[in-house]
Design a protein around this ligand. Structure first.
Ligand SMILES: [Zn+2]
Length: 295
């Protein structure tokens, strides 16, 4: 009898960037309503999704390992068990990739939202998932999420899901946190790029080796089917929606002009793609699977 598969293969994909290897790890996906999108009527968003054969808003959650100069870093930790059971798969995919979390020297965050930072710490035991890692993040992030005045201004959901979660998740890393601002080489070949707006310290990371480079752009988009053609569409959870939209457009223009390879936390897994401009319209071209792993 032929054994019919009943579970998906692990969400692991390697990509060479010069001498650096970047491994995409899926944390899973999050399905949600279109109502969180702003500057667009829900019916219009639903129509745009349906035109692309999507029955609703599905957001991939990706994390990226960086193997550079004999060292290992992880960009983002996924959502742990804070959100939906369709996500929180980082640890199982790390295992499938043959990685011991204790070997990760640095956990680098684009920002502190639960789909990025809730995989840092086990909420039940308070234990770190990455025993030996330094936590690397833009200085505005812990500052904002630890700000009691900002927390009091937030609604109940944001207070628990964002502020409380961020505080709990980073607490065990208190003595191993390195903050930065601006453009800094945070790990060999990995340089931060301020892309503020979605959150106050939201940052991308440019990975460069020789003449090859990749921009991991964090949350420049959450819903590719809608926000690539309509960069003005913002999300209810953008800290500063206007700044988020301006940063998105600026980033789109930069990566199209530079023909820059990008990867995104919410670009469908594994999330490597180029963006091109056709007239006034942007178009996303996901990279094909590279079985040769040639880069
Ligand atoms: Zn996100």
């Amino acid at each position: 009898m032929v054994q019919v598969p009943s579970t998906q293969i692990p969400g692991v994909y390697h990509r060479r960037i010069g001498d650096i290897v970047v491994t995409a790890l899926s944390d899973g996906y999050l399905d949600g309503t279109v109502e969180v999108m702003q500057n667009i009527a829900p019916a219009e968003a639903t129509r745009m999704l349906a035109d692309k054969f999507r029955s609703g808003r599905r957001t991939s959650v990706n994390c990226y390992l960086v193997y550079s100069a004999g060292r290992l870093a992880l960009i983002e930790t996924g959502s742990g068990d804070y959100l939906l059971p369709t996500a929180g798969k980082l640890q199982q995919n790390l295992k499938a990739a043959g990685v011991n979390p204790a070997d990760i020297e640095a956990v680098i965050l684009t920002h502190m939202h639960p789909d990025h930072s809730a995989g840092l710490t086990n909420p039940k035991t308070g234990e770190k998932f990455f025993a030996n890692a330094e936590l690397v993040v833009h200085e505005n992030e812990p500052r904002h999420w630890r700000d009691d005045a900002a927390m009091n201004r937030a609604d109940d959901r944001a207070r628990t899901l964002y502020f409380q979660c961020a505080r709990e998740q980073i607490a065990p890393y208190h003595n191993q946190t390195r903050t930065f601002s601006g453009e800094v080489e945070v790990f060999p070949g990995v340089t931060s790029l301020p892309l503020h707006g979605h959150t106050p310290g939201h940052s991308g990371y440019r990975i460069a080796s020789g003449d090859k480079s990749l921009l991991i752009w964090g949350d420049i988009i959450h819903v590719p089917e809608v926000q690539v053609p309509r960069p003005e569409v913002t999300m209810a959870f953008d800290t500063d929606p206007q700044a988020a939209a301006a940063t998105r457009r600026r980033t789109f223009d930069m990566v199209t002009a530079d023909r820059q390879l990008i990867a995104g936390m919410h670009v469908h897994f594994p999330g490597f793609a180029h963006l091109v401009k056709q007239g006034d319209d942007y178009l996303m071209l996901p990279e094909p699977w590279d079985q040769g792993f040639d880069g």
